[in-house]
Design a protein around this ligand. Structure first.
Ligand code: CMP
Length: 221
C-alpha cells in the first residue's frame, strides 16, 4: 500500500489501518473490474499488471482514457462525489489489485487532511494531462499525437536501447487507435509512414524506437 502514489506520504498508523482492511484481488486478462454507471463501492490500487480505463460513445466506439500501472489508484472519483463510476476498468493481462471499501477510505480521508490534499494534487495532475491531450486532439496532427503517446508509453513499457528504446509489450494498432481517438486505419497509415522514415522499427510485433530524440522532434510537429 505504501508503494501507491496516493498513500506515499501517509503516517504509519493510518496506513496500517488501511492495509488491515485492504483485500487482495487477482484479476485475469481482460477481466472487467467495474462498469461505467456502477455504484462506487471502493477504491482500487494496482499492485501488478495494467488496468485500462475506458469509455464508449452511443455507437460503441471505445476511448482509452488511461492505462493504470502498479502504484496507481482507480475508482476514487465516485468515492469523492458519490456519483456512479465514470468509466469502465479492465485488467490487461493477469493483474493483482488491492481493494479498499468506500466507507473505510472515506473515514481515513476525513481524518487525514494531508491525504485529502495529496488526492487533490493527483487529480490536478490528471486534469493538466487531460488539458494537454484536449489541446492535442483539437490542434495537433495525428503523427505528433502518436509520437507523444509512444513517448509516454515508453516510460512504463519500454527498455532503453542505445539512443532509443524497445517496447516490452506489443501494442496493437487497435489499442493505439483507442488511446488516440483515431481510426485503426489512420493509425496504421501513420505507423507505416514512420517505419518507412526510420523513426520506428517493428521487432517481433513490438515497436522499437531507434532514436528517442527523433521521436521527440516528431512529437513537437
Ligand atoms: P470512478 O469514476 O469511480 O470510476 C472510473 C475511474 O476511472 C475513475 O473513478 C478514475 O479513477 C478513473 N478515471 C476516470 N477518468 C480518468 C482519466 N482521465 N485518467 C485516469 N483515470 C481516470
Amino acid at each position: 500500500l505504501a508503494r501507491c502514489d496516493l498513500f506515499a506520504e501517509l503516517e504509519p498508523g493510518p496506513l496500517a489501518r488501511l492495509a488491515d482492511r485492504a483485500r487482495l484481488i487477482q484479476a485475469d486478462d481482460e477481466q472487467l473490474l467495474f462498469s461505467e454507471g456502477d455504484t462506487g463501492d471502493g477504491l482500487w490500487i494496482v499492485v501488478s499488471g495494467i488496468v485500462r480505463v475506458w469509455i464508449t460513445d452511443a455507437e460503441g466506439h471505445a476511448l482509452t482514457l488511461a492505462l493504470q500501472e502498479p502504484g496507481d489508484m482507480l475508482g476514487e472519483m465516485s468515492l469523492i462525489d458519490g456519483a456512479p463510476r465514470s468509466a469502465f476498468a479492465t485488467a490487461l493481462g493477469a493483474s493483482d489489485l488491492l481493494f479498499l471499501d468506500a466507507s473505510e477510505f472515506r473515514a481515513v480521508l476525513a481524518e487525514e487532511p494531508s491525504l485529502a490534499l495529496h488526492l487533490l494534487s493527483l487529480l490536478a495532475e490528471r486534469l493538466r494531462r487531460g488539458n494537454a491531450e484536449l489541446r492535442d486532439l483539437a490542434y495537433a496532427p495525428l503523427r505528433a499525437r502518436l509520437s507523444r503517446k509512444l513517448l509516454d508509453l515508453a516510460l512504463g513499457h519500454a527498455i532503453a536501447r542505445g539512443d532509443g528504446a524497445i517496447f516490452t509489450r506489443a501494442f496493437s494498432q487497435a489499442e493505439l487507435a483507442q488511446m488516440l481517438g483515431a481510426s485503426r486505419e489512420a493509425v496504421n497509415r501513420q505507423l507505416r509512414a514512420m517505419i518507412h522514415d526510420g523513426a520506428l522499427v517493428m521487432e517481433d510485433g513490438k515497436i522499437a524506437v531507434p532514436s528517442l530524440k527523433r521521436l521527440e522532434v516528431a512529437a513537437r510537429l
